[in-house]
Design a protein around this ligand. Structure first.
Ligand code: M6R
Length: 622
């Protein structure tokens, strides 16, 4: 989704803004723009469609835009097609045809989010003499701020507050007012926004990597708060316009973690970082030889009282939930439902007494997951969030939070955050099983040891790279790929298939192997690639039979199984082995070859691996 940055300080703003935007490219975008002002002069706006490099070229790396204060934006179109006119920044006056140049306007701004009642507000503003040059909701919201600013002759914070009371939807807004040189103003509701401070400099951004090079001292501005930013200072205000204290937090991620570090793409770097992400996550919750989730605020009493779980998430995080369902039900004997957040939020989910709603999200900003969390909270059900980004909205609103320690994940296709979420859910399963009296001490130790062995097993699973690279190159032109498996292997298939389709643009489906005969097998043709995931001993024979049925109809078979299951080779044309682990935890090792397969397929096709078309890293709108 859109990325916003802002800077006011002692250095030229434009190069810092461009660099910040480049760190937010992973969020997905179709156009970009900057507004920079030099002292009292009018803000100068430059916009470009397409890649950020177009904007960098147009401004000679920012040199054509002098000034120490500015805002920048990468736009992911929601209202209005991708075009220069619709690109941000937007202005309260009437922009020139190209939308670029010095602007006479009193207010200039950038926005991430969606204003739901923008049409009604547009009509109101038209009625009051405003004219619109773009099809965006952002232009409406900026003109609305301008309208209140002038009508009531009030300061920026009061004008922003009046706007916040009037608009519905989500936003992170960064604004500059002509009468307030050297100052930035911002506000947020349900869209991410952080503010960083350093000596004589203040930054704002949608996400940490954009400012990490300059500062680790950040403020998380709260929902319905606004802020005034001056060089080296940030002042926060509530809806009444009263100044409020917001704590300063230190980011522990280091700047290198958000760089490629010699790898060709972020995705392959992040695939390799998985053992470390898993180890760090486990180390954060295994203390003195026991799993300890107390940092989340969950007490033993709460865990004991849980009689059923509802896991809610989107995309890959939902796949973590699907895998966790098998593990929790098997280890704890507790019923688990796994819900897509986008569906959950519009249902009247029947959650029994003593339910625990678990929301899984890397970004902690996914709009549907956030709405689902609020739905659960409003029904009075305790909520636990498993989140990677510290201070994100879901983390702040959930009753309890368990943080995964994957570090910044830049590639749109998640890998290390998925793996860190998976182990966090395994640990939750073991802890729940123990508190429910389902594990004796020996079994508890056994599972905990099995968890601690995972990083090393994942490391070994990464050693298979070259074979998978060769296989990916061979099948890069596939039209369809089917991933089949039973039980936990089906959950692994869901993630393997999503990885493949999102970055290779090859149509792929994950199917519960036993379901193929009920329709989908009619799609199998000569040469169709079918990948069987075969980690669950008791189910291997059955899935192999389903693979054989596909082979009989012309399919080419890849088998993915644990070392020692050599009989798979009798049916599969190509077999990949992974280190053996406890059956509950196979997802952690088996996903690695599937991530590598998707990665190398995308590379073979020459695609934009880290920023696949039409996708955004963090989906902050519905
Ligand atoms: O930030 P979240 O974990 O809430 O994101 C949820 C999904 O958008 C995400 O997992 C998505 O499916 C992945 N980027 C796919 O690789």
């Amino acid at each position: 989704m859109c990325g916003i940055v802002g800077y006011t300080g002692k250095q030229p703003a434009a190069p810092i803004l461009l660099e910040g935007l480049s760190k937010l490219e992973y969020r997905g975008y179709d156009s970009a723009g900057l507004a920079v002002r030099s002292g009292d002069a009018l803000a100068e706006v430059v916009k470009a469609t397409g890649k950020l490099k177009n904007l960098i070229e147009m401004t000679d790396g920012g040199k054509t835009l002098p000034g120490l204060c500015g805002i920048g934006h990468t736009r992911w179109a929601t209202h209005g097609e991708p075009s220069r006119a619709n690109a941000h920044p937007h202005v309260s006056g009437n922009a020139t045809g190209s939308g670029s140049g010095p602007v006479e306007s009193d207010v200039v701004g950038v926005h991430n989010g969606i204003i739901e009642n923008y049409e009604e507000l547009r009509q109101k503003l038209l009625h009051n003499g405003y004219r619109f040059y773009s099809g965006t909701d952002t232009e409406v919201v900026i003109k609305l701020v301008d309208y209140y600013y002038k009508k009531y002759k009030i300061g920026p914070i009061d004008a922003i507050n009046r706007m916040m009371v009037r608009v519905r939807g989500s936003y992170a807004l960064a604004l500059m007012f002509k009468d307030y040189p050297g100052e930035l103003y911002c506000a947020r509701k349900d869209s991410p926004l952080i503010i960083g401070v350093a000596d004589g400099e203040t930054f704002l951004a949608s996400d940490v990597p954009a400012i990490l090079k300059y500062t680790r001292e950040v403020y998380y501005i709260d929902n319905l708060q606004s802020a005034r930013l001056c060089p080296g200072e940030a002042h926060f205000f509530d809806l009444n316009g009263d100044e409020v204290a917001v704590p300063l937090t230190t980011i522990t991620w280091n700047a290198e973690a958000a760089e490629k570090g010699g790898y060709e793409h972020f995705m392959i770097k992040e695939i390799h970082e998985q053992p470390r992400a898993v180890k760090d996550t486990l180390n954060s919750i295994i203390k003195d030889g026991r799993i300890d989730l107390s940092a989340s605020g969950m007490t033993t009493d709460l865990l004991q009282s849980v009689k059923n779980l509802c896991i809610v998430a989107c995309g890959s995080a939902w796949h973590v939930g699907m895998a966790a369902q098998y593990v929790i039900e098997d280890l704890c004997g507790l019923p688990v439902r796994v819900e897509l957040a986008s569906e959950f939020r519009y249902r009247k989910p029947v959650l029994g007494e003593n339910s625990l709603v678990v929301v899984i999200s890397q970004s902690g900003e996914t709009a549907d997951s956030l709405a689902a969390l609020r739905e659960a909270k409003s029904a009075g059900i305790p909520t636990l969030a498993v989140i990677n980004v510290v201070g994100s909205t879901i983390a702040r609103e959930a009753d309890h939070v368990l943080y995964t320690l994957a570090g910044p994940e830049i590639a749109v296709a998640t890998t290390k955050a998925y793996s860190a979420q998976l182990v966090m859910l395994y640990a939750l399963a073991v802890e729940l099983a123990e508190t429910h009296g389902k594990l004796d001490e020996e079994s508890y130790r056994f599972y905990q040891d099995a968890l601690l062995k995972l990083p090393e097993q994942m490391e070994r699973a990464l050693e298979n790279k070259e074979r998978i690279q060769w296989f990916a190159a061979k099948h890069a032109n596939a039209r369809d790929i089917f991933f089949i498996g039973r039980g936990l292997d089906y959950a692994i298939c869901l993630e393997g298939s999503l990885k493949m389709k999102e970055i290779s643009y090859i149509h792929s489906e994950a199917y519960a192997a036993g379901e193929l005969k009920h329709g989908t097998i009619s799609l199998i043709e000569n040469g169709t690639l079918v990948i069987g995931v075969l980690t669950q001993k008791a189910l291997i024979e059955k899935t192999v039979s389903n693979m054989a049925e596909c082979k009989a109809r012309g399919a080419y078979l890849m088998g993915l199984t644990g070392y020692g299951n050599y009989n798979v080779e009798e049916t599969a044309n190509f077999t990949v082995y992974v280190p053996n682990t406890d059956p509950h935890f196979y997802g952690s090792v088996a996903i690695i070859p599937l991530q590598l397969l998707a990665y190398y397929t995308s590379v073979s096709k020459g695609l934009d691996v880290d920023k696949p078309r039409n996708l955004a890293k963090s989906v902050t709108v519905e």
